[in-house]
Design a protein around this ligand. Structure first.
Ligand SMILES: [Zn+2]
Length: 373
């Protein structure tokens, strides 16, 4: 009886393992970092999610609608896949992947033969395939070094943002002051490069803000705002990171911050709706953990330093965060629509403390990730 039971367990383990999704284990030479790469079976063939490859190779992805290609840039080289066919271009040559690229729910899947090409032809020094495992050799591991921070003072120019009801204070002016103070603190105390999406009272489209951060290879993106609500009693601080808005209030703030799109030209509006944007969305999910951590740190600092009401960390779907390929948060310092907070926001001391709080949370975040190196 006991033997029979063991036999059943062994058989279950054997057949069960056949049903389990196949995956590669991923390890990194001279590093404790570990990962895995899932294999997706489509009509009996094995495929790899391009975004998983991007993650394990510390790469980046760029799509080109015109040439209908999606490029994976890794180890300082580029592999270009054509949408909907079986070729990958590397340097001057094209290589047959033996199966067409698949697009499912906005994700690109490439035939797993691509891994063989990586190990044999494209990156023989960096990628080794060994019986179900992948060994990656980065000569210099710098993934978590935070070197560049982009601060984004919301609104500007023709877009004033929220306007206070009593003094008529404009959000665009307050957030610019705060952003400049955060920059000063960061530059004085940390070895980082700090860039602002605007230095003066000018209009910058939402897409240009994240494009700027991406082009400058920012490691953190912080968008700074003041809140407003129809309910004049609403007050307090909140920090957002990207997702589909979770609560009624979050949705209202999201609608308000996304309003700025009405000031933008047709061409940039269309940018928010094409395939690229779906891809942006997917990309950002990679940094959700980091973004959520930074939000928590920032929220805590803000309410402690400003003694504002703690409205908590929230998730919302802000356009300005969607295109950022890095941990990205949106800070609502306090409510301009509340007469007490409008008065506070006018004060240089309050602005200075808000800046200090944002700076301190960025410092905490950097310290945490520096320790992981
Ligand atoms: Zn705003």
């Amino acid at each position: 009886m006991i033997i029979k039971r063991y036999l059943i367990i062994i058989l279950m383990l054997f057949f069960g393992s056949q049903l389990w999704a196949k995956e590669y284990t991923v390890s990194y030479l001279n590093s404790t970092r570990k990962d895995h790469l899932s294999v997706m079976e489509i009509e009996g063939r094995n495929f790899l999610n391009l975004y998983d490859l991007e993650r394990i190779f510390d790469g980046s992805i760029k799509t080109d609608q015109k040439s209908q290609t999606i490029g994976l840039i890794t180890f300082e080289k580029k592999c270009d896949f054509s949408f909907f066919n079986n070729w990958v271009r590397f340097g001057k040559h094209s290589y047959n992947l033996h199966d067409d690229i698949q697009v499912i729910n906005g994700f690109f899947y490439v035939p797993d033969y691509f891994l063989n090409l990586c190990a044999d032809k494209f990156f023989p020094d960096e990628v080794t395939l060994d019986d179900g495992s992948i060994i990656i050799n980065f000569s210099s591991m710098q993934k978590y070094l935070i070197k560049t921070i982009v601060l984004d003072p919301g609104h500007g120019g023709k877009d004033p943002g929220a306007v206070g009801r009593i003094i008529g204070l404009k959000e665009k002016d307050i957030v610019l002051n705060i952003a400049k103070k955060v920059k000063a603190h960061l530059e004085k105390n940390l070895d980082v490069k700090v860039l602002l999406t605007r230095h003066d009272d000018r209009f910058v489209s939402l897409g240009d803000r994240t494009d700027f951060a991406n082009k400058n290879q920012a490691d953190i993106f912080v968008s700074i705002h003041c809140n407003a609500a129809y309910n004049t009693k609403a007050n307090g601080s909140e920090v957002y990171y990207l997702s589909t808005a979770q609560t009624h209030e979050a949705r209202a703030v999201e609608a308000m911050e996304n309003e700025v799109i009405k000031f933008e030209d047709k061409e940039s509006i269309s940018r928010y709706t094409d395939l690229d944007f779906i891809l942006y969305d997917m990309r950002q999910t990679e940094y959700l953990n980091e973004s959520s951590e930074l939000s928590e740190m920032c929220q805590k600092q803000l309410v402690n330093t400003l003694s504002t009401k703690n409205n908590g960390v929230r998730q919302a779907n802000f356009y300005v965060l969607r295109g950022a390929f890095m941990p990205a948060v949106l800070v609502e310092v306090a409510y301009l629509s509340n007469k007490y907070e409008e008065k506070k926001l006018l004060s240089k001391d309050f602005q200075e403390r808000a800046a200090k709080a944002i700076y301190t949370s960025i410092k905490q975040f950097i310290n945490k990730y520096d320790k992981m190196n």
